[in-house]
Write a protein that binds this ligand. Structure first.
Ligand SMILES: Nc1nc(=O)c2c([nH]1)NC[C@@H]1CN(c3ccc(C(=O)N[C@@H](CCC(=O)O)C(=O)O)cc3)C=[N+]21
Length: 278
């Protein structure tokens, strides 16, 4: 078994990105909007700020009250859209229920969307046009490519169909000529399907959902899950059970998570560069 070491790879690629950013006179700027005090969100935002600062990207945190009104968030996003210094705007998800998440995500200028969540950016992805690729799927592709894992012609099974992971990673793997099957909570005989996977990507948010009887020998397993169980982080796959069957496997933590952050920073630099070549 070979570990898909997202922590190591992201550190190497962040360093490469830093060398590029060091050559810029004006540094890229990422503005993060965090609403409320969800402990997981606070911890993720801290991770993003720390990585950005290592790379030389300026971050600005807008930490808003849990009860902030829709209008006030709109006003903030509008002003960041207008602000020439701002290269990327990240609305940390989830946001409180009284706010219109879809509307706010699309209010962020699509030229300032390092998450690649904007409907225009996602539409471009689904029409195979040049776009900002969503951070987690892009991080996964970067990780697979770093380890030279072949994708063309492979049977890929994606478990999960979210807008931010399942759907875009399926499309990106399809565009690399994999044969992609998407499973979800209503899929029947899921085990029969996951067992066919050369590459299995799991993003369903259920701790240890994938067990050893659900994978074939030498599977490449990419675990996107980050579940907190008894203060510990657990993936959507049972790592200990599967590690001896898999040819490659991502750990949780230190797998896909750090690659997501790398991609966010990479995308922020891309947005910065395209602003400066306009
Ligand atoms: N607008 C927006 N963009 C996001 O990219 C976004 C978001 N909202 N909301 C939440 C999810 C989650 N997410 C993670 C990124 C990195 C780690 C990560 O680096 N995790 C470490 C462990 C961190 C810990 O100890 O908590 C690891 O896996 O090694 C985790 C989770 C980005 N998200």
């Amino acid at each position: 078994m070979i570990l898909l070491d997202g922590k190591m790879v992201s550190e190497e690629l962040n360093l490469k990105l830093k060398n590029k950013v060091d050559s810029f006179d004006v540094k890229p700027q990422l503005d993060i909007i965090l609403i409320g005090n969800n402990p997981a969100s606070l911890s993720y935002v801290k991770g993003k700020k720390k990585a950005a600062s290592l790379v030389g990207i300026t971050t600005n945190l807008h930490h808003l009250d849990e009860n902030i009104s829709q209008e006030e968030v709109e006003r903030l996003i509008n002003s960041l859209n207008q602000d020439e210094k701002v290269d990327g705007i990240l609305l940390q998800l989830p946001i409180p229920k009284h706010l219109d998440q879809e509307y706010l995500m699309d209010l962020i200028a699509y030229e300032k969307d390092p998450d690649g969540f904007h409907v225009v950016n996602q539409g471009k992805l689904f029409q195979k046009r040049k776009t900002i690729y969503p951070a987690t799927p892009k991080g996964i592709m970067t990780l697979l490519d770093y380890y030279n894992i072949p994708i063309e012609g492979k049977s890929v099974v994606v478990v999960g169909r979210s807008n931010i992971v399942g759907m875009p990673i399926s499309k990106m793997l399809l565009d690399r000529n994999a044969t992609v099957t998407i499973c979800h909570s209503k899929t029947k005989n899921i085990k029969e399907i996951t067992k066919t996977a050369d590459i299995l990507v799991v993003a369903i948010g259920i701790p240890k959902f994938i067990t050893k009887d659900m994978v074939k020998q030498d599977v490449v397993l990419v675990d996107v899950g980050i579940n907190r169980v008894d203060e510990k982080l657990v993936g959507d796959a049972d790592f200990d059970e599967i590690k001896d069957i898999a040819s490659y496997i991502t750990p949780v933590p230190k797998g896909v998570g750090p690659m997501t952050i790398h991609s966010l920073l990479f995308n922020t630099v891309l947005l910065y560069e395209s602003k400066n070549t306009k």
